[in-house]
Design a protein around this ligand. Structure first.
Ligand SMILES: C[S@@+](CC[C@H](N)C(=O)[O-])C[C@H]1O[C@@H](n2cnc3c(N)ncnc32)[C@H](O)[C@@H]1O
Length: 280
């Protein structure tokens, strides 16, 4: 089976779904909002879209509320800036991209509420589109999209065939580059100008304690939390290699190991935030 069919996050709204286990990713989206704000305002001062229509693509949108949070953040910022800049009424064309196996239906079910919340703000028209396919291939015509957004996606290496099922051959197809590697490759390739390139850290447990004023989040809860979001991310890949039967046991053991590990260390995830414009 090709890797692209296995990479998708766990769909639906169940206990182990990506939708219910993506708080960490949501925190990252909210953390970069200020940077997005600054950069988009600068972009809007330079650029006028034809007929006030902004075409925005979210690459690797997955299935769950995070997708619509990123998109509504971008729409809000553009709306706010256009009021400041006296631009005419806005129109948004939104393209939600992910791999073919992604649970797009789950996102579609959230759309009526999303449209309603945006209407109240006098945002103008917003047309939603799904764009299934790999972002390593061509998804849109040349010069079509004004803004590409992508969060927690480009570390997935999604080409090639899965190796034979042998534990010592199994590799998770993820690569975490350093900030220097990112900078070097973008400069060498030459199509984009880097406007912002920064890093920030989030604890593996998404700094859960910050949100819980009423009770203490103990190590066991943190272990279970970390194990659950790894399951939502990786289960499809692991099932293809090792079968479904071992998943409960695997992630319950993983939670216990994590619990022991975080007794010794407070591990962080290093995140890279990158904002770039096309080199014209
Ligand atoms: C960890 S999720 C992030 C989802 C969402 N952006 C967020 O921040 O919560 C990564 C998503 O990237 C998608 N993905 C990975 N490789 C892809 C590719 N080549 N083309 C399109 N989507 C891809 C996966 O299917 C998955 O839904």
């Amino acid at each position: 089976m090709t890797m692209e069919r296995l990479l998708c996050m766990k769909g639906g709204m169940g206990e182990t779904s990506y939708a219910k286990n993506s708080i960490l990713q949501r925190k990252a989206i909210m953390k970069v909002k200020t940077l997005l704000d600054e950069n988009l305002l600068k972009l809007m001062m330079l650029k006028k879209t034809s007929n006030g229509c902004w075409k925005i693509a979210d690459l690797g949108c997955s299935s769950g509320p995070n997708t619509l949070i990123s998109i509504s953040n971008i729409m809000e910022i553009i709306h706010k800036s256009s009021l400041k800049l006296n631009h005419k009424k806005l129109v948004f064309q939104i393209y939600l991209n992910d791999l073919f196996e992604n649970d797009f239906n789950n996102i579609f079910k959230l759309l009526p509420d999303f449209h309603q919340s945006m209407q109240g703000e006098n945002f103008g028209a917003c047309y939603m589109n799904a764009t299934p396919g790999s972002f390593y291939g061509r998804l849109f015509p040349n010069y079509y999209i004004d803004i590409f957004h992508s969060s927690y996606c480009v570390h997935w290496l999604s080409q090639g065939l899965v190796e034979e099922a042998k534990l010592d051959l199994f590799n998770i197809p993820i690569y975490h580059p350093t900030i220097e590697e990112v900078e070097q490759i973008i400069k060498a390739e030459g199509s984009f100008i880097i406007k912002t390139l920064k890093t920030f850290k989030i604890g593996w447990d998404a700094n859960l304690q910050e949100d819980m004023n009423d009770y203490v989040v103990d190590r066991k809860m943190r272990g279970v939390f970390i194990s659950k979001y790894h399951r939502a991310l990786l289960e499809s890949l692991l099932i293809a290699e090792f079968g479904e039967n071992i998943m409960d046991e695997l992630f319950s053991r993983f939670a216990k190991l994590i619990q022991l590990f975080i007794e010794l260390k407070s591990p962080d995830l290093m995140n890279i935030v990158l904002f770039m414009t096309k080199n014209s």
